[in-house]
Write a protein that binds this ligand. Structure first.
Ligand code: F3S
Length: 396
């Protein structure tokens, strides 16, 4: 692997021990995956931010680092809303540890925008090279925007942040971004809403593993693409997908899909993921809500009062921009929290069954929160949270 003289200097430890260690991680990865060189990254997004997921071991590793990031770097959701954690019922001992994690990242120069949707706060463009580690954000950046990032681990993303570069392999190379299997969706006459795309992604992720699917038969909007990619990244390890006529690379390139494995998905395969169950709490915003999603939740809640906890999660920057919507949502008794989510916060562990509108949360809640999970459309989630009469499952 070719290294510039500056990269060699970092590797020799001439710019400090932390930068040397970080360069070592990047060079090791580059060698394993056959990279020929390092490339600069436009931005980095680091996962491993909740004390719930990284624990004491992760915190002490972060504390041992002594350097500053060399590229704009944001953080994944942490275990609590940084200002409203008491309202979430967070244990003060956990909060103290979470603050230590946040301060460790802050010392490195990481921006404390704790979100899985950094693309709502900072512009990323087609062809940009990134080093992102939140799997749903990776799927969005690659597929919806046409930026280029591998699915980084927390340490490799932080290494890229501190060095400002990443080894050029995998999804940084155009040749590695072609579809590898075909998904033919046949929803019939049914209108697919965001939760249906989550259910579709939940199904397809299990089939695709880490391959690149190309979809036909659907016309998702941006929020629905976000839901589809997040679910596939959770039930599988999909980091890039294409949708015929919709996603940028599927519009620019003509892919020859003859000879690729092909899977049909029928409406009933999607609807089967929606199961009825009594619910103790409802959580929306996985990945974090867009402004449009907040507006829809506010509209659905108008004039209603919640009868069980309803939590909505979004990036702090989005909440700040949409204060009237947030006030409208909270008027119902629901809470809109920043910096955290239903999966990485211990706040959700006290509930027996959590209802979500997200295929990714549907995948993760049982293991990460020790709770049963039910999938519903956004409308159904609001109906259940407010006790309003509902329609048939999956059709609300
Ligand atoms: Fe984001 Fe948490 Fe879902 S990090 S993608 S809201 S599991």
């Amino acid at each position: 692997m070719f290294l510039t003289s500056e990269e060699e200097r970092i590797l020799a430890g001439e710019e400090g021990e932390t930068r040397r260690k970080m360069m070592e991680i990047l060079v090791a990865l580059g060698k394993v995956f056959g990279a020929e060189r390092m490339i600069p990254v436009r931005s980095v997004q680091v996962s491993g931010a909740s004390y719930k997921t990284i624990g004491e071991y992760g915190l002490s590793w972060l504390r041992s680092l002594d350097a500053s990031v060399a590229a704009p770097t944001t953080l994944n959701p942490v275990g609590m809303d940084r200002t409203r954690w008491k309202e979430m019922g967070i244990d003060p001992a956990f909060a103290a540890k979470q603050v230590e994690v946040i301060e460790a990242y802050q010392r490195l120069g990481v921006r404390l925008e704790c979100t899985c949707t950094p693309y709502y706060l900072h512009l990323i463009r087609y062809g940009d090279h990134l080093a992102w580690s939140e799997s749903s954000a990776v799927a969005y950046a690659n597929s919806v925007v046409g930026a280029r990032t591998n699915r980084e681990g927390g340490p490799s993303a932080l290494a890229a942040a501190i060095v400002g570069k990443t080894p050029e392999y995998g999804l940084h190379l155009v040749a590695a971004r072609a579809p590898q299997l075909v998904i033919q969706v046949n929803p019939g006459e049914h209108e697919m809403e965001t939760a249906h795309y989550g259910a579709l992604g939940y199904r397809v992720g299990a089939i695709a593993g880490n391959r690149i699917p190309i979809f036909s038969g659907i016309r998702p909007n941006r929020d629905q693409l976000k839901a589809l990619g997040a679910a596939m990244a959770a039930s599988g390890a999909v980091a890039l997908f294409h949708v015929e006529g919709i996603t940028p690379e599927a519009r620019i390139f003509t892919y020859d899909t003859r000879g690729l494995e092909s899977f049909p998905v029928e409406w009933n395969d999607i609807l089967d993921v929606f199961k009825d169950a009594p619910v103790d709490a409802v959580a929306l915003g996985c990945p974090h809500c867009s402004e449009q999603e907040l507006a829809r939740i506010a509209a659905l809640l108008e004039g209603k009062t919640v009868r069980i906890p309803l939590y909505v999660f979004a990036a702090h920057g989005v909440i700040e921009k949409q204060k009237p919507l947030v006030e409208a949502i909270e008027k119902s008794g629901a809470r809109v929290f920043a910096d955290t989510c239903m999966v990485v916060s211990p706040a959700m562990e006290r509930f027996g069954t959590i209802m979500v509108n997200s295929g990714k949360a549907f995948s993760y809640v049982p293991n990460m929160c020790g709770a049963a999970v039910r999938l519903g459309t956004t409308g159904e989630c609001i109906q259940v949270a407010t006790g309003a009469p509902g329609k048939e499952k999956g059709l609300g």
